[in-house]
Design a protein around this ligand. Structure first.
Ligand code: ADP
Ligand code: MG
Length: 417
């Protein structure tokens, strides 16, 4: 359809201000506007949002966007509104009159993008309202939340398919995620009943990131030593607990590093202030729990340190992915000790047996990643179902050809680093 084709190009330039599509965006967007079920797996920062935003403003009717976090929704709505688009969200933060206005805008067809949390989607009056609306398609963002195998399981996501069916069985779906291992990928397809979907999957390789694991022996000293190589450069240090975040931020500050803490327990004003200082470069290093990062776009982060072991390789990949967004080198360093794995396991003791086993399997992947002498990139990409012909040459295992990580090696390595 030439008319739609021209409209897409025009909107890309005039609304978003982009000269051209990136990677497979073009093909994905065509798949969506032609009414096909579409499944998109691309790393963070690849530009997945445009794949539903552009079709949404080009097609007739309203696109429903399901998104797991109110903060993410708000960001996107603000951005769309700044572009002059009528986008709104429907979630528990709205009062009655705001709710009425949103619904009016959707029913009149003015609203092009309706962001909605899965919890709100299941509410009876919202369902009745959505049945009356003229909808173009449904986008399921962060689709990995469907899977218990993912790192952000959200039970409400499991109800999405049956709700879509009750609204309109022919409504096309576009599912998007940055974290699909083959298992999660299968779960998403099955749960959204998207066997017929067209899959777009790009490589997860981040060639400019150097991966390294060091045995955690004297981590404070090791950290100071590492960070002091990066004077004036941006970095993130992830710690497991809020307490540890505070402790490490002070430790770095005392040692002359411009470092600030970031975690969900801080006053919201302080959190925003610290985040802004980091984005502006007034602060070099943010010490953070994993609450920090989602939706943060600082291109020149030069290193990401995991002071404590992460909970899963998917999480690790996401968190390290915040380094080197500008395409220049970034270093991803993890301090590893089996003790940390045991600590993480303790967090799961109140969970169900199945949840515990899942969490344990994810942790064992971290143990393998950290202790095997195999190319780290090969392991990370393998986890996402990608096979590498040859080793990367740009990780500690490739550089140093260390064999497996035994206790003796840990000590030897520690003495040499
Ligand atoms: P993802 O959801 O895949 O993590 P986003 O949709 O948040 O990625 O996009 C990441 C960044 O890329 C955003 O700043 C966005 O404006 C930018 N972007 C997306 N598509 C294009 C494009 N075609 N040209 C230039 N920049 C783009
Ligand atoms: Mg996204």
């Amino acid at each position: 359809d030439i008319k739609i084709e021209n409209k897409l190009k025009q909107n890309l330039k005039e609304v978003f201000g982009f000269d051209k599509f990136r990677g497979e965006q073009d093909k994905i967007i065509h798949s969506v506007v032609s009414g096909q079920n579409t499944f998109v797996i691309m790393p963070t920062g690849a530009g997945k949002s445009l794949c539903y935003q552009l079709p949404a403003i080009t097609l007739d009717g309203t696109a429903v966007v399901i998104s797991p976090l109110i903060a993410l929704m708000k960001n996107q709505v603000d951005q769309m509104v700044a572009f002059g688009i009528n986008a709104q969200f429907l979630n528990s933060t709205l009062n009655k009159s705001e709710m009425t206005r949103v619904k009016k805008d959707v029913l009149s067809g003015e609203c092009k993008l309706l962001y909605i949390a899965p919890e709100s989607l299941t509410k009876e009056d919202n369902l009745i309202f959505l049945k009356k609306a003229k909808l173009s398609f449904v986008a399921v963002d962060e689709a990995h939340c469907i899977s218990e195998w993912g790192h952000d399981f959200r039970p409400e996501y499991r109800k999405i398919r049956s709700i879509i069916e009750s609204i309109d069985i022919n409504l096309p779906i576009i599912a998007l995620t940055a974290t699909a291992t083959p298992k999660v990928q299968m779960d998403i397809k099955k749960n959204l009943d998207m066997d017929d979907s067209t899959l777009f999957k790009t490589s997860f390789n981040r060639a400019n990131l150097y991966y390294e694991v060091r045995p955690k022996i004297n981590p404070k000293k090791q950290l100071i030593q590492f960070v002091s190589q990066y004077k004036g450069k941006g970095g993130i240090v992830y710690c497991l607990s809020r307490k540890k975040v505070e402790e490490i931020a002070s430790l770095l500050a005392v040692n002359g590093v411009k470092a600030l803490p970031y975690h969900a327990g801080l006053d919201p004003d302080v959190r925003v202030k610290n985040q802004d200082a980091f984005l502006k470069g007034d602060c070099d290093v943010v010490c953070a729990t994993i609450a920090f990062g989602m939706g943060i776009d600082k291109p020149d982060v030069r290193f990401v340190v995991h002071y404590d072991a992460p909970k899963s390789l998917e999480g690790y990949y996401q968190e390290t992915g915040r380094a080197g967004r500008d395409g220049l080198d970034g270093t991803c360093l993890m301090f590893y000790a089996y003790d940390d794995i045991l600590k993480l396991e303790k967090f799961n003791k109140d969970k169900t047996v199945v949840e515990r086993e899942n969490a344990k399997a994810l942790l064992m992947e971290i143990v393998s990643y950290s202790t095997l002498g195999v190319c780290r990139r090969r392991q990370l990409l393998g986890y996402f179902g990608e096979y590498m012909d040859k080793d990367c040459g740009f990780c500690d295992n490739c550089k140093h050809k260390t064999r497996s990580f035994t206790v003796k090696d840990e000590v030897t390595l520690a003495l040499n680093t």
